[in-house]
Write a protein that binds this ligand. Sequence first.
Ligand code: A2P
Length: 339
Amino acid sequence: MKKYNIALVGATGMVGRKFLQVLEERQLPVANYYLFASARSAGKKIPFMGREYTVEELNESCFDGKDIHIALFSAGGETSRRFAPIAASKGIVVIDNSSAWRMDPQVPLVVPEVNSQDILKHKGIIANPNCSTIQAVVALKPLHDHYGIKRVVYSTYQAVSGAGMDGYSDLEKGIQGHAPKKFPHPIFSNCLPHIDVFLDNGYTKEEMKMIEETRKILGDQSLRITATTVRVPVFHGHSESINVELEREFDLSELKQILSDAPGLVLADDPARNQYPMPIQAQDKDDVFVGRVRRDESVDSGVNLWVVADNIRKGAATNTIQIAQHLISYWESKEAEGR
Ligand code: A2P
C-alpha cells in the first residue's frame, strides 16, 4: 500500500497540537510528517508517533524536495492566504483551517458528514469551516434533508480555546487576577458578545461566518439565518442554542430519531435524569452532541436544539483530518483501480 507525506503548518499552535494527537490516534497511512511553524519555533523538538520531530520554518521554499501530498494548515488567515497557494502550486492538497479561503467559490468548504461529495471538486485548496459552523451543520443537515429548513437563529457560548493559545491564557491568567491580553475585556467571570471583528452591519465577523458558511455547506443560499456569538469563560467546548423553523410539520419523536441516526451526531436528551450535552462531557470527543430537543411553540413548525462539541477536535483538527482521510481513501481506490 502506498504511503503519503503530510505537512502540518502551525504545528506548535492550539489546533496544530491537536492535529498531532488526532493523527496519533487515527494512524493514517503516512510515510513522513513535516512540521512547520514561524521562525520563532524553528528548531523546536516535538515528540510525535514515537519519534522526535524538529519544527521547520515556514517559507517559500520549505515544501520543496519533500514529495508532500497533503498540508494541513492552521496558522492563521494571513499565513494561509500567502502560503496555501504556494503549496497548491507544488501539487500539494491544502486543507486549510483558517477563514482565508472558505467563501472562495473555487474552494470546497467541507464537513464530511454533510458534504463529503464536495471534496473532489478542489483545485488545490479545501477549506475547513469555522468551529461553530461545523457542529451546527452536523445537527442541521438531517433536519434540512427531512423537513426543509426555513430559518435558523444561532446563539453561541464559545470556549476561549477557540481564540488560540492567547485566548486560553487570558482565562487561565484572568482567574489569578491578571488583565487580558487577547480579549478587549476580562473573560473570567464574564461573557463577551464579541468574537472576531465588528463589521459595518453591526454583526461580528464570527456571526457572518456562521451565516454564510452554513448556506455554502448546506448548498442553499435561500436559508434565512441570524446569529449572536458569545465568548464565555469555558476552556474547551462550544455550546449553541439553535432555533430552527422547518418547512414541513414534524413529529417530535420522529425528529429525535432522525437526529439520533445522523452520522457524527449523538442524541443526549433525557431531562428527567438531568442529561443534556455539556462542554465538559464533549471534551476530547469527536462527536457532536445534541439535546434539549423541544418544540418551539411560538411558530408553526419550529424546534429548539442545544448543540455541543469539542471546538478544537470536531470544530478544527478532527474535521480537517477526516477530510484528509477521505482524500487518501479516494486516492487509494484510484490506485486499486489502476492495478
Ligand atoms: P509559532 O508557535 O511559531 O508562533 P495559535 O492560534 O494556537 O496561537 O497557533 C498559531 C500557529 O500558527 C502556531 O503554530 C504559530 O507558530 C503559527 N504561525 C503564526 N504565524 C505564523 C507565520 N507567519 N508563519 C508560520 N507559522 C505561523
